[in-house]
Design a protein around this ligand. Structure first.
Ligand code: TYD
Length: 143
């Protein structure tokens, strides 16, 4: 996959064991997941067709996101370039680095998203308005 935005890349698991009994996918910290995993969360029960999730960027948090069932649309924006990606259950993940505005929509009802995060939940790491996100990037560049 070609990325037009910074702070994002595709994560390819080193080991996917496919068999008629199902697929087993393995991910390890400091290997294909580039950081030490401090938190795991998942999103499911996406029963409303028009759900929107994300709509924020992080100052420092690194995340690895895997759509382990179904599909959804990810909109990414690094403040200069934006990109829309269809994410589906294909065993590949997305690295979502800091300073990357992301919005998730168009979830299939069977969609399950697993996220591995580099740090504990900390609301002060969030940039929850797009204007704040752009201003934060501008201030960082000026430093
Ligand atoms: P948020 O990160 O905005 O979710 P999403 O990007 O999936 O839309 O978090 C939604 C709410 O859940 C918000 O009030 C913060 C809370 N939350 C925690 O308390 N701990 C966590 O680890 C996460 C991810 C969210």
């Amino acid at each position: 996959m070609k990325f037009l935005v910074n702070h994002c890349y595709e994560i390819i698991p080193n080991k996917v064991l496919d068999s008629p009994d199902g697929s087993l996918t393995i991910l390890e910290a400091l290997k294909e997941i580039s950081f030490n995993i401090k938190r795991v969360y998942y999103i499911n029960n996406l029963i409303q067709a028009n759900s929107i999730r994300g709509k924020h960027a992080h100052k420092e948090l690194e995340q690895a996101l895997f759509c382990i069932s179904g599909h959804f649309t990810m909109k990414l924006d690094d403040g200069e370039n934006s990109q829309i990606i269809k994410v589906s259950n294909n065993s590949r993940g997305l690295f979502i680095g800091p300073l990357l505005w992301h919005e998730m929509t168009d979830f299939s009802s069977n969609c399950v998203i697993l996220v591995l995060a580099s740090d504990y939940y900390n609301e002060s790491d969030y940039l929850r308005s797009y204007d704040k996100f752009l201003n934060y990037i501008k201030d960082q560049r000026a430093e």
